[in-house]
Write a protein that binds this ligand. Sequence first.
Ligand code: C5P
Length: 283
Amino acid sequence: MITTAFSPAKVNLFLHVLGRRQDGYHELATLMQAIDLQDELIFELGGSGIRVECSDDQLEGGESNIAYKAAKVLFDHVSDHPGIKILIKKQIPIAAGLGGGSSNAATVLKTLNELFGYRLDQQQLIELATKIGSDVPFFLFGTAAWAFGRGERLVAAPNLPSLWLVLINPRFAVSTRDVYEGLNLKPKIPLTKEGIKFNIPEFSSVENLVSGLKNDLERVTLALHPILADLKKCLLKHGALGSLMSGSGPTVFGIFAEGKDALRAAAELGREDALSVFAVRSL
Ligand code: C5P
């Protein structure tokens, strides 16, 4: 039996680092929105063990792939070890700040849970997802969300406007760990269940959202790669209402008033050979 599932990317429309925790992670308040740039995952039941293959040479299949890790965490949890082959057809740029790997992991958890009838509920899947990576729980949540803690405490963000975005990825990878390390914060936030106080901004219109765009990680990634500041300006010159880096980067995005503006900007910016450019919509 063969099953296909789609695995969307995300952007962070707001990312505030509240501080460094004593476990080395950073306490976040971030607004995450899934977009219609998606990888395709093809699941084939049978054989023995977990086999992961990837269409993109830059990304290894096998045990080092986060999709393998997700399948293993799930099978270990339910003490079942069926044979499965997972082929990942990549569209989402790798190590790009778009959550591609995290999304693949979430899609594996959700799809295998359904395929094998394990009947884990959303909360149980989110708990497993937290073991795999900080952004994985978001992709199981189902709507745009504010993420707190490491990224695993989620609150729905239901009033967001639907968006047209243009993404520019400069075709180099950035290490999330290095970017967080580059903030150079002293560990001081104790691990408490409540986290620390943060007032969620109201982002119910495109204007509100654009005026509130913020990503504390830009300080590090833009200093390492000054071209990213130029790309943000480029998006504004091509009609974006606002622009920002997503996650730890290096992908930057612009928010556009209308689809036709985004499509035109993407066509113009896409003529540059060294860049991957995508016009996308929020999901
Ligand atoms: O959780 P994940 O493995 O995806 O995170 C990758 C790296 O990013 C972590 O090892 C950590 O260095 C950093 N990180 C962080 N604080 C977060 C999320 C990630 O410091 N909230």
